[in-house]
Design a protein around this ligand. Structure first.
Ligand SMILES: C[S@@+](CC[C@H](N)C(=O)[O-])C[C@H]1O[C@@H](n2cnc3c(N)ncnc32)[C@H](O)[C@@H]1O
Length: 403
């Protein structure tokens, strides 16, 4: 029996995923009182005549806020991973031309200059670029770093580059759809044999249990100061679990070996490939526990890859519907890996959890199978539609949400 969980569509024109209010935390959704920086009023994105959509306008205004950059830079796991990767590729970067797609405050561009790059084009569409120029100047790097204030799709660079670097990863990896801009830049500016950092990205999923969260958000209403407030429970479920939730879990919350949803070779992936991704999954619960939903996380690697589609080796020997088993031999260099997995050091991305409205009691070894589809929202291409169709214990379910 198909038992649909309540299907929810994003409010039309919803400007940005919840993510931005949480992940890069102090930002506020446009509809709920944006803290305006003086420069925001002067938002002028070089668009070569392209009219920015409302969602892009909102997106770039968002990145004009200092808070979001502060949060990213203070995420040491993230920033150190990039710095380390740049320094590890010093021999390749030295005397070369680098393009930093979405440079923000310029931190990665400056790391590349420190690694010996001959020239760095630091492209930033938001008005934070006005500060970035001053940062570059204050570090006496104007002779190496050229800050271009505009969308990477619209700016002119005037030469091919040897390296493209970008921190483009959103929640659930693909939220924000910034990878498309990196692909556009790669296809336009990267020399054959050039390096893209990160080189590879992998999105994972696994079923999870989180009784504590369920108790605190839902069971709490059953008895409040001795008053029966169970009437609040349906609304509490609706509010708490309607959309994906960005939270930190540990490996103890994870009920089965994770599975790869999508593996992306950044040297060869195409934009159409990212528009809609469907992956089948099969999990066997390792323990008897209530299943509260599915967790998603990602990692990125900073290794040199061939531009061929990923040959299945190392951890990516996992075609989409093969689980990442305990037997996996992870030969990846951990020092060139930025992981947001529950067992890794926490990052500002945390993990993305899609809760069910009702938990499902699982027995040990119980099979959970189904498919997940991630597709770019038609209303706002920065958003991700997530459709989960799954079955376990003889029942089938559907959960649709938007991030
Ligand atoms: C996740 S932040 C990373 C900032 C910086 N590279 C860092 O690591 O701290 C992404 C940045 O890319 C910018 N951005 C996104 N899409 C862009 C595009 N198409 N062209 C230029 N900048 C873009 C955003 O405005 C934002 O500042």
């Amino acid at each position: 029996m198909q038992q649909p969980e309540k299907q929810i569509n994003a409010p039309a024109g919803m400007p940005l995923p919840e993510r931005r209010r949480r992940r890069r935390s102090s930002g506020i959704c446009a509809t709920s009182g944006v803290r305006v920086q003086p420069q925001e009023e002067q938002q002028q994105v070089a668009t070569r005549g392209t009219v920015l959509t409302d969602s892009d306008q909102f997106y770039f205004n968002w990145y004009a806020h200092i808070d979001v950059h502060e949060e990213m830079i203070k995420d040491r796991v993230r920033t150190d991973a990039y710095k380390n990767a740049i320094m590890r590729h010093k021999d390749f970067i030295r005397d070369k031309v680098v393009l930093d797609v979405g440079c923000g405050t310029g931190i990665l561009a400056i790391f590349c200059a420190q690694a010996g790059a001959r020239r760095v084009y630091a492209v930033e569409a938001s008005n934070i670029a006005l500060q970035t120029i001053r940062v570059v100047e204050a570090n006496n790097l104007l002779n190496i770093i050229t800050v271009l204030h505009g969308r990477v799709e619209d700016v002119e660079i005037g030469e091919k580059v040897d390296v493209i670097i970008s921190e483009w990863m959103g929640y659930m990896l693909l939220c924000e759809s910034m990878l498309g801009s990196v692909i556009t830049a790669r296809d336009r500016w990267l020399k054959p044999g050039g390096l893209v950092l990160p080189s590879k990205a992998t999105l994972y999923m696994a079923p999870f249990t989180h009784a504590k969260r369920y108790r605190e958000s839902i069971d709490f209403w059953r008895s409040v100061y001795g008053i029966n407030m169970s009437a609040m429970v349906p609304l509490a479920k609706q509010c708490a679990f309607v959309g994906p939730s960005v939270e930190t879990i540990t490996s103890e919350n994870v009920l089965a070996w994770p599975q790869v949803v999508k593996c992306v070779n950044c040297s060869s992936v195409t934009i159409p490939e990212l528009e809609s991704i469907t992956t089948r999954f099969k999990f066997n619960s390792l323990v008897k526990a209530p299943l509260h939903g599915f967790a998603f996380w990602f990692d990125v690697e900073f290794t040199r890859l061939s531009p061929e589609p990923i040959s299945f080796q190392l951890s990516t020997s996992l075609v989409d519907d093969h689980p990442v088993g305990s037997q996996r031999q992870d030969l990846r260099d951990p020092t060139l890996l930025l992981s947001t997995a529950p067992e890794a050091l926490p990052t500002h991305w945390q993990q993305t959890l899609i809760y069910f409205y009702e938990p499902i009691e699982l027995e040990q070894d119980q099979l959970i199978e189904g498919k997940v589809t991630l597709s770019q929202s038609q209303e706002n291409h920065r958003n991700l539609n997530i459709e989960l169709v799954y079955a376990t214990g003889g029942q089938s379910y559907v959960k649709v949400s938007v991030m």
